[in-house]
Design a protein around this ligand. Structure first.
Ligand SMILES: Nc1nc2c(ncn2[C@@H]2O[C@H](COP(=O)(O)OP(=O)(O)OP(=O)(O)O)[C@@H](O)[C@H]2O)c(=O)[nH]1
Ligand SMILES: C[S@@+](CC[C@H](N)C(=O)[O-])C[C@H]1O[C@@H](n2cnc3c(N)ncnc32)[C@H](O)[C@@H]1O
Ligand code: SF4
Ligand code: SF4
Length: 321
């Protein structure tokens, strides 16, 4: 079992398979194109899998494939099948923008993927275009329908922003509720790659808007999910992810692996250790030692909105959010 210095059990590995993305979301990516990490620096799926076996053997029970946009990486279904075949009981999930999901959902499901979290920030085509930098909404919504049809469990993430999509909070919730998909509203996290003038809605503002339309009760945190959950009278649950509080850090169970093989103890901080060398050498003991060291050095909590109002230097498209 992997246990950090604050007695937290680490059993959730988020794996970013690429930092590349077909969207340029205002809150995540710079507007101007930039140079990506060269493809030769990426670990192959076989190499990533070698490390994942180590992590599973050490006690990881939940694996999330993310990015950038994970569906941009070829043969993702084969990678998912490798993980599933090694340990079918793993909670095997993916976070995606869903643009390419219509043509891939069935293959991913057949390979062993159990559930997906999809970003839907708006239901208006022109707003989707403004946020993502291209006309994406039709593909996204078709991708979600296909995923549901093939039997993947779907959750939705929305980042509500003032003067952008804040007036659609109720609409997005209703869209999800009608389809029995849980929605989580994510407070915008400041980072140096986002468009400078974004102003995100904070939890009290979100709750005020939702209370005008719905009745619900505070359910608190659910296990180790970063989301604070609320339950409506009819049983429907929605969540709010509040990184500016650090409540969910107390039960943090996660580490992150980038496509280049950097193992990251905390989403907020720059620190990371590479497993690439050990894995390429076939040094499984070395990779396991790096994993244990990263878990040992996991910080207690983030510093978003701390005394100095700090913002993260980390790119979410690199770490996978
Ligand atoms: N500050 C902080 N935010 C996080 C962390 N994990 C997830 N988030 C935020 O929550 C967003 C949604 O996460 P998802 O990729 O959907 O994964 P998840 O919430 O772990 O998924 P579930 O297993 O379905 O609960 C991320 O993109 C981040 O914005 C974390 O460790 N710290
Ligand atoms: C980095 S993306 C990667 C997966 C996929 N491309 C997607 O968008 O779902 C993962 C999550 O990070 C969230 N995210 C990115 N930048 C963020 C920010 N500045 N604040 C809050 N959430 C952010 C997105 O909304 C998305 O739900
Ligand atoms: S949030 Fe996801 S879809 Fe949007 S730019 Fe970042 S990685 Fe791409
Ligand atoms: S900010 Fe760091 S410590 Fe807090 S939940 Fe996220 S990864 Fe864990």
């Amino acid at each position: 079992m992997l246990i950090d210095s604050y007695d937290r059990v680490v059993d959730y590995l988020r794996v970013s398979v690429t930092e590349r993305c077909n969207f340029r979301c205002q809150y995540c990516m710079p507007e101007k194109p930039f140079s990506w990490v060269p493809k030769e620096n990426l670990l192959s799926f076989e190499e990533l899998f070698e490390f994942m076996k180590v992590a599973i053997d050490e006690g990881v029970k939940k694996i999330r494939i993310t990015g950038g946009e994970p569906l941009l990486r070829e043969d993702l279904d084969k990678f998912i099948k490798m993980i599933y075949d090694y340990e079918p009981s793993i909670d095997l999930a993916m976070t995606t923008n869903a643009f390419l999901l219509k043509g891939t959902a069935q293959r991913l499901k057949n390979a062993g993927l159990k559930r997906i979290n999809v970003s839907i920030d708006t239901l208006k085509p022109e707003v989707a275009q403004a946020i993502a930098g291209k006309d994406v909404l039709k593909n996204v919504l078709e991708g979600v329908e296909e995923a549901r049809k093939v039997g993947l469990k779907v959750k939705v993430n929305m980042v509500p922003m003032k003067n952008m999509n804040a007036d659609e909070i109720v609409d997005v919730l209703e869209y999800c509720k009608e389809r029995d998909m849980s929605v989580r509203f994510i407070e915008y996290m400041e980072n140096k790659f986002a468009k400078a003038d974004i102003s995100g809605l904070k939890s009290p503002e979100l709750l005020d808007i939702l209370r005008q339309k719905f009745e619900f009760e505070d359910e608190g945190f659910d296990g180790s999910s970063p989301s604070h959950y609320y339950r409506m009278i009819d049983g429907y649950r929605f969540g709010i992810i509040e990184p500016y509080g650090d409540d969910f850090c107390k039960q943090c169970n996660r580490i992150r692996l980038t496509a280049e093989g950097n193992l990251i103890p905390c989403l907020y901080f720059d620190e990371a250790m590479s497993i690439a060398e050990s894995i390429k050498r076939g040094d499984i003991k070395g990779a396991a030692a790096v994993l244990k060291e990263v878990v040992r050095t996991k910080p207690e909590k983030n510093r978003w909105g701390g005394e100095d109002d700090e913002a993260s230097n980390r790119a979410f498209y690199e770490t996978g959010g």
